[in-house]
Design a protein around this ligand. Structure first.
Ligand code: HEM
Length: 459
């Protein structure tokens, strides 16, 4: 009886419909089991939305949480006036990324960090990495001929080589790349781990791997400052323009080494699994939708046919692939790689059209899966159909890269990597899945559990 008595939501949440489930664990078990099912949290959300409406409360993963869905909630949570909500990372993520990460900054500090990374990640800023990305895509695919391939592993190795090179000119193979990969894997798996910092736990190993990664970046920074090495990468642009102690501008507006490292790690963490997952889902959806694959192949064959013999894919061509762009959007809609966006209310506020008051400190989450599967916006939502994006979709209804001030700053890079890889894949190969299995890994970023094994043949 005591537990039941304690087990009530904060007083102000009483007006919000929903059930809190069992003491301590709340509704975490049904949340987690739905989470890794093929349809993901959709069934969890759907059941509760039918019962309680577009806003409901629950207790999952150690938090009292309000879930919301619909375009109105999406608009207010994602673009709400400055300082209304902040990002709500798990404790483990906060500890691993460090206090000055873009993901933990708010208001002015957040805007400033966004400005620093905007230029190198803009379409113009990415042009200088085109040849590296293209050569890595070709090299990766060279190994696929006539083989059984685990698409997720291959996509992961490709995207890590790209980001390692872009950020700090890491060579695509060799000892440094191996260390980088091993440390990065430990960091990634510590993100949604239990918060016990005891030797042997995923959290502890993640913190240690983060420290080794920072030591590696420190030594690169030291070599650059000594003038031993000059590179044209992201780290160099931060060191030259934005680090304290350089001649340009006053130090107040510049970054400390700690801030540089926290934010380099942030780009790695936010950009790697997401792009890997997107590329893998896209290849899976193409395998399951032969008519889409044919139309996509037509686009890429036309590009090839318009080229003089022997020349390779160009920057101009990769920026003019309209059908490919729609296939990418449809992949992000169908897979909803980040199924919900998590925020913390930084002040009390009310949502128009949804008459509930949200109080400062609450965890408020946007259920993106339901928005992406709303038949009112996306008729027959289970169907993979890139032509949905022939005309612009209603604002705040497609959130593959989010929206508003926290919209993904890496979207141009992700699209570039995927478009280049897909070009070479569909021009050279056909493939078939080895086993159909639609289960999903129980990680924050949705990925096929079996890594999507395929058999590849040259065309
Ligand atoms: C297909 C691949 C990708 C997908 C689907 C994706 C998706 C997203 C989404 C949905 C958000 C907004 C989350 C929210 O509002 O809570 C976001 C934010 C972010 N993404 Fe991406 N992303 C991808 C690739 C990348 C890449 C390649 C990078 C970096 C190089 C990157 C860096 C970031 C960062 C730093 C944020 C946080 C922005 C902020 O808080 O201001 N992402 N991403």
């Amino acid at each position: 009886f005591g537990l039941v008595y304690i087990w009530s939501s904060p007083k102000e949440m009483e007006g919000i419909p929903g059930s809190l489930g069992w003491p301590i664990i709340g509704e975490s078990l049904s949340f987690l089991s739905d989470f890794s099912s093929p349809s993901g949290i959709f069934s969890f959300m759907n059941k509760r939305q039918q019962r309680y409406g577009k806003v409901f409360k629950t207790f999952v993963l150690g938090r009292f949480t309000v879930f919301m869905t619909g375009r109105e909630a999406s608009k207010i949570l994602l673009t709400g006036k400055d300082g209304m909500v902040s990002l709500n990372l798990f404790y483990t993520g906060q500890q691993v990324l460090g206090p000055t990460s873009l993901l933990q900054a708010n208001g002015e500090a957040h805007k400033r960090l966004r400005r620093l990374i905007a230029e190198p990640l803009s379409i113009d800023g990415l042009k200088k990495y085109f040849h590296f990305i293209n050569s890595q895509a070709i090299e990766t695919l060279d190994q696929w001929s006539g083989r059984r391939v685990l698409v997720l592993d291959e996509a992961s190795s490709f995207t890590l080589k790209v980001i390692g090179n872009m950020i700090m000119s890491l060579e695509p193979s060799g000892e440094e790349q191996e260390m980088f990969r091993a440390n990065f894997k430990l960091i990634s798996s510590s993100f949604a781990s239990l918060p016990f910092k005891i030797p042997g736990t995923a959290f502890y190993c993640g913190i240690k791997a983060r420290d080794r990664m920072y030591a590696m970046i420190d030594s690169i920074i030291a070599r650059r400052r000594n003038g031993e090495v000059i590179q044209q990468d992201f780290l160099e642009s931060l060191i030259m323009k934005h680090s304290r102690g350089t001649d340009t501008g006053d130090d107040e507006n510049k970054l400390t080494d700690q801030q540089m490292k926290d934010n380099i790690l942030t780009l790695l963490v936010a950009g790697h699994d997401t792009t890997t997952a997107a590329l893998t889902w896209l290849i899976k959806f193409l395998g399951e939708n032969p008519a889409v694959l044919e139309q996509l192949r037509d686009e890429h064959r036309r590009i090839q046919a318009n080229r003089r013999d022997g020349t390779d894919l160009t920057w101009l061509e990769v920026n003019n692939m309209p059908y490919t762009a729609k296939v990418i959007s449809e992949t992000l809609r169908m897979a909803t790689i980040l199924p919900w966006f998590s925020r913390k209310a930084a002040q009390d506020f009310e949502i128009d059209g949804i008459s509930y008051n949200i109080k400062k400190g609450w965890s408020v989450n946007l259920d993106v899966v339901s928005i992406h599967h709303d038949p009112g916006t996306f008729p027959d939502p289970q169907n993979f159909d890139p032509s949905r994006f022939d005309a612009p979709v209603k604002p705040f209804s497609f959130l593959g890269f989010g929206s508003g001030p926290r919209m993904c700053p890496g979207m141009n890079l992700a699209k570039l990597e995927i478009s280049i890889f897909i070009h070479h894949l569909v021009c050279r190969y056909k493939w078939r899945p080895l086993k159909r299995d639609d289960s999903v890994q129980p990680t924050l970023v949705r990925m096929p559990k079996n890594k999507y094994p395929i058999m590849v043949e040259p065309l």
